[in-house]
Design a protein around this ligand. Sequence first.
Ligand code: FPP
Length: 243
Amino acid sequence: MSRQKQPLDLTDVSIPTHVAIIMDGNGRWARKRGLPRQAGHRAGVENLRRVIDACVEFGIKILTIYAFSTENWGRPESEVRGLMRIFRRVLDQELDELHAQGVCLHHLGDLSGVATDLQKKVLHALDLTKDNDRLILNVAFNYGGRAEILHAVQKMLADDISPDELTEELFSSYLFTHGLPDPDLVIRTSGELRVSNFLIWQAAYAEFYGAPEYWPDFGREELYDALKAYNRRERRYGLLSEP
Ligand code: FPP
């Protein structure tokens, strides 16, 4: 059954350039329905499609999603295997549509820790979509904020960067998000209010929005509510309010 899209008023809504999402609550969504956790992850993928479409509709230029953290390897092996199966399937079945939609895929994280066939699929997707410019979709996959910072420091040491050369800009250029603006808005679904090692450098001045819905239920209208809440915030970057 296709649901009629409710018209949403975007006049006077300032659209953040970069939105980042911690897609939390797939497991609880499934449990509430007496379903296995994998069904929650599958519903999460379907929802990601809706949210990508909404980002394009709202004119958001960069969406970063937390798909799999360095800590997620510690989940039961069957769940990890199920998640990897989902990522493979998404790359096989959704890539052409994402490409046609003008989505440019970026990967944040360490691909070397991932199965070779999956690495190949990711690299193919990055290459296929590299010239698209409608929406940049950063997929944090085998990603951890602390690991990213260590990785950046290791690369800087290997490049013989001296302490007096080091600036915040230079440091940022060594992160997986190099060349991209920091997130303006970080959303976490499922009512949890934690950062969980996500973009810990880049989100220093992001506005944080906690959504009560589990990720599979966080759709276009809920993203619109998050944008409206973002518009009510005053971003001060450590300064004082305008008089
Ligand atoms: C959190 O739910 C979600 C994840 C572990 C990430 C998996 C995300 C998806 C499958 C969405 C689609 C992503 C891509 C890139 C295809 P949880 O398992 O932590 O939920 P819980 O806290 O309720 O147990």
